[in-house]
Design a protein around this ligand. Sequence first.
Ligand SMILES: [Zn+2]
Length: 304
Amino acid sequence: MSFDNILGNNDIKELLNNSIKSNNILHSYMFVGTDGIGKSLFAKEFSKMILCHADNKPCNTCSSCIKFDSDNHPDFMIINSEDTKSIKIGQIRFLQEQIAEKPIVSSRKVYIINNSDLMTVEAQNCLLKTLEEPPEYATIILILSNENKLLNTIKSRCTKISFKNISKEDLIKYANQNNISTTNTLLDICNGSINKLISLKDDSEIYSTLDNILSDFSRKDIADIWNESEILYKSKDNISNLLDYFNIYFFNKLKMNQDSKYINSIKIVEQTKRRLSSNANYDMCIDSLLLKIWEEFNEGNNRS
Ligand SMILES: [Zn+2]
């Protein structure tokens, strides 16, 4: 059984394993789902299995597997966006030139197009020709999150495999195995994305500081809150993630207790996001964010 090192989507593991065992490999697939949940890992592992020479795939020892693992397999190619904005017709034409040549190491050739929802319409129309009449040895795997950006003519020629977000339990399991410290709020921010969890790993100290700030709103003076919030003032590049953290925290509180201060705090965070995106003074936005939330949490106390 392969895909052992990939988290979640066990039904897809079974499906792909079975298609390898029965040698029922199709010419074109569409791997669809949220970014960062492992679609590319699945596609690479599947490709390695398709290309492997042994009965028990992937064997990790045949010449195909060795070339694959050293990123040096002549029958395998990954197309990525060159400018992170689009995949252009030139890249698809290159794929077509390559795919027309017979495989060298393996009996098949596999092409992965990452973020294929970034293909321009011209690129898609160009790819369509290959999808309509693929060489018998070729498999193309399109990886994408937004199906609406693909032409229907492309979609109708691919077998769609839908990936589910990783469950919270699986994320916790992964975090424990890899010594990543998490909080409930942090797991909610990840929204089933293992990549997001990994990218947040190095920031775990920041998030525990945020936890302290959030729990101090009702206990401390605003001057102390401002003092301990230095991290917010220093995190201009990452502020959008930190504000999301605030909101998920308030939202979780709201689920347990329908107190208007949580709704109002969410509104204050959203307002801050809008002000920041219209280039308002950064420090002043953070000052005001903290003060307004503090007022929400202390209004009742002040009145009494
Ligand atoms: Zn092998």
